[in-house]
Design a binder for this molecule. Structure first.
Ligand SMILES: [Cu+2]
Length: 362
């Protein structure tokens, strides 16, 4: 242990002690500010490894603005727009069940079971009172089925397993307005949903939701549990992680942060409607839009149950809700599950209002 000669030992009032104290205090404050700022800007899509998140030398991009890679820009996002209604009294829905490798994050592939080749399956839009006639054709390797939360039917009849190579059809009347999940109900259901077999059906109330929306977007949240990292070869389901609810990715419409790379357009003052389904298989979605307060929310989309002035509303796994919001300023507005572990794992998108480049003076 070294000693400092008594005559060189700084004392409390000594200028060297004061300078050293100020320097050390400044260092601590700067470190705290950096850690705080890094957490605020914590990015999604698992792009930031856990080790990097704690490394003060790594600058983590903000989730408030797009920062797409060329690969992310080149990829077409899952269509978010609500598809149009059909005029007929009876709507034909034909779905092929296929085993497909899908991409779930940049460079990450997953060996999926799908409705019509995608995870999620196609968004379905019908009007209250229409008859929905569903035809499943199983082109996959194992039995599958389809369970519509919008239907009032005997599940042992309508939601039965369809063997590989077989077709099956059934129909139901869309009597309940709202936004509902559909999914494969073949056991183990956890595995069939986790492998990609889910989607959303919107049943437009006979009188619509009031007021009318200027734009409507459908967002299905889901989590992915990977056996393997999906880079050299497609990942498969890690059922242990799924049972422990320990996801590798949490996504809007099946792909991490795709609407951060491809923001959803809007204009100031427009009524923007979100149809949100939490497919899980196990996580709820605490729906929240950064930078606004939602004007209206209808749990399950039932038009008789409207909430106003909503900051965050939980959409339970297997549930849905309809949200209206408008934006007063041009800019990028993130929509997330405010359960922020999900944001870190990819559940973030952006609404691009007007021309954000023109808002630099705001
Ligand atoms: Cu299935």
């Amino acid at each position: 242990m070294s000693t400092i000669p008594a005559d060189h030992r700084p004392t409390a009032g000594h200028p060297a002690v004061v300078a050293l104290s100020i320097f050390m205090a400044g260092l601590v404050v700067m470190t705290l500010i950096f850690v705080w700022a890094s957490r605020l800007g914590s990015d999604a899509a698992s792009a930031v490894p856990v080790a990097a998140a704690a490394d003060p030398n790594v600058v983590i991009p903000s989730y408030h603005t797009p920062a797409p890679s060329p690969a992310a820009v080149a990829r077409e996002p899952f269509p978010a727009e609500l598809p149009p209604l059909q005029a007929s009294d009876r709507v034909e829905i034909a779905i092929a069940l296929t085993d497909v490798t899908v991409e779930i994050a940049p460079g990450v592939r997953y060996s999926s079971w799908t409705f019509a080749g995608g995870a999620p399956g196609p968004a379905i839009h019908v009007r209250q009172g229409q008859t929905v006639h569903v035809t499943l054709t199983n082109e996959g390797a194992i039995p599958h089925s389809i369970d519509f939360h919008a239907a009032r039917v005997a599940p042992n009849v309508a939601f039965k397993d369809v063997a590989p190579g077989e077709s099956f059809d059934f129909e139901f009347v869309a009597g309940d307005p709202g936004v509902f999940m559909y999914h494969c109900g073949t056991p183990p259901v956890l595995a069939h949903i986790a492998n990609g077999m889910y989607g959303a059906i919107v049943v437009e109330p006979a009188g619509g939701w009031q007021p009318k929306a200027d734009r409507s977007y459908v967002m299905v949240s889901s989590e992915w549990y990977l056996n393997g990292d999906g880079t050299d070869q497609p990942a498969t389901l890690d059922l242990t992680k799924a049972r422990q609810v320990h996801p590798d990715y949490v996504t809007w419409n099946g792909y991490a942060a795709q609407y951060k790379d491809h923001p959803l357009p809007a204009e100031q003052g427009e009524n923007i409607r979100f149809f949100v389904v939490a497919a899980g298989p196990s996580l709820d979605t605490a729906f929240h839009i950064v930078g606004t307060v939602m004007d209206r929310a209808w749990p399950d989309g039932d038009p008789t149950h409207v909430f106003r002035g909503v900051q965050t509303m939980n959409v339970p796994a297997g549930g849905g809700a309809v949200f209206d919001a408008h934006f007063d300023d041009d800019g990028f507005y993130p929509f997330v599950s405010h359960s922020f572990a999900s944001v870190d794992l990819g559940q973030v998108g952006l609404v691009k209002v007007g021309d954000p480049a023109g808002t630099a003076s705001h």
